[in-house]
Design a protein around this ligand. Structure first.
Ligand SMILES: *[C@@H]1O[C@H](CO)[C@@H](O)[C@H](O)[C@H]1NC(C)=O
Ligand SMILES: *[C@@H]1O[C@H](CO)[C@@H](O)[C@H](O)[C@H]1NC(C)=O
Length: 95
């Protein structure tokens, strides 16, 4: 009984906390990537061994997509052979 009373207080607190926030943006399903900024090009602040793709190129390369199950996929390019000293394509979607 004491456990149930404690659980009741916790549930009430959680509800109070949730009420303090309003949903301002939602990303889901087939529109998941709408509204993201895709950093495009070479990032000279990190000097990494990657070249970031635009949203169109990321989509065309299937590095970002929404699969048939409605899940957003962000993946690495694990199929392209990249010669020594060249940069692998990658994605950097940002909000
Ligand atoms: C990175 O590139 C930007 C845009 O070309 C340039 O303004 C900036 O000075 C560069 N930063 C470094 C650290 O090279
Ligand atoms: C690349 O990654 C995908 C997703 O994890 C996997 O299904 C596939 O087998 C991988 N391909 C190679 C060549 O490792």
């Amino acid at each position: 009984m004491r456990f149930l009373a404690t659980l009741g207080v916790l549930s009430w607190s959680a509800a109070q906390t949730l009420a303090a926030y309003n949903l301002v943006q939602s990303f889901s399903g087939s529109n998941f990537f709408e509204g993201w900024d895709f950093f495009d090009g070479f990032d000279n602040t990190t000097n990494g061994d990657v070249n970031f793709l635009s949203e169109a190129d990321a989509d065309a390369s299937k590095l970002t997509f929404v699969n048939d199950a409605g899940r957003a996929i962000i993946k690495v390019d694990n199929t392209t052979f990249v010669p020594f000293n060249l940069k692998r394509n990658s994605v950097s979607p940002r909000l």
